[in-house]
Ligand binder design. Sequence first.
Ligand SMILES: CSCC[C@H](NC=O)C(=O)O
Length: 136
Amino acid sequence: MIKPINKDRMSLAQISKPATPDDSQVVIDLLDTLNDHKEDCVGMAANMIGVHKQIIAVTVGVVNVPMINPKITSKANSYSVKEGCLSLSGERETTRYKNIEVTFLDQNFKQHTQKFNGFIAEIIQHEIDHFDGILI
Ligand SMILES: CSCC[C@H](NC=O)C(=O)O
């Protein structure tokens, strides 16, 4: 189900908890909501739809990929970039890493470890910051 975008700063600053299979509907709602915003958004964290669980969805090409309980296990090559966010107005400068390795569960709660580079890596870092309560 498409959900409204959470813009409440206090709510967005809360730390999200690890997700469990009981949160499967949240994954579907996040994918539906990201798909509804495909013109202006390339990634979302569950707290952007008001759920404080460690679930993100990232646009990769034309598909939206969900990641459950993602953790960055290595990062290299920092750079500075301006980012925006549907939950905030304007853009802010932030530090990202060009190359990251991430462990995460897929929609079937199967574990993966994968390397990501460039813009997709940037989106993943932005969304993981969200569930740590960090806004750009
Ligand atoms: C380049 S990372 C920016 C991600 C952002 N989504 C909000 O969490 C967006 O503008 O889609």
